[in-house]
Design a protein around this ligand. Sequence first.
Ligand code: HEC
Length: 96
Amino acid sequence: MKSGWRFSTTRLIVVGLVLVVSAGIAAWWWSRPRTPEALYRARCAACHALPDLSRFAAADMAKIVATMRASNGADAVIDEEEAQLIVRYLEQVMAQ
Ligand code: HEC
């Protein structure tokens, strides 16, 4: 009887933990920026207000993003894949 009680308590704890962890992963997943624009708005505002890029040209975008990552520490917030998405997004927006 006693071991039966202990078994179900353990099971309850395991099921509870699985649910909590799953909910956490789901929340993290859904809160991720899902478009290149959302990525730009989230990542490039991590250290300063979204920059005014109007004085730059589309051709400068790759260099600006690379400089942020190489010299200003943005590589801690923006990985290589994200950097490429952001550059492509900014180049498109500025070419319009
Ligand atoms: C880890 C922090 C950080 C992140 C993330 C970051 N920056 Fe910056 N950024 C800085 C710092 C620090 C400066 C100021 C450096 C300076 O004055 O040269 C700056 C300055 C700038 C400037 C002004 C440069 C100038 O010549 O006036 C632009 C434009 C810029 N960032 C664009 C971006 C873009 C686009 C992103 C996203 C890809 C980004 N930043 C993400 C830290 C960051």
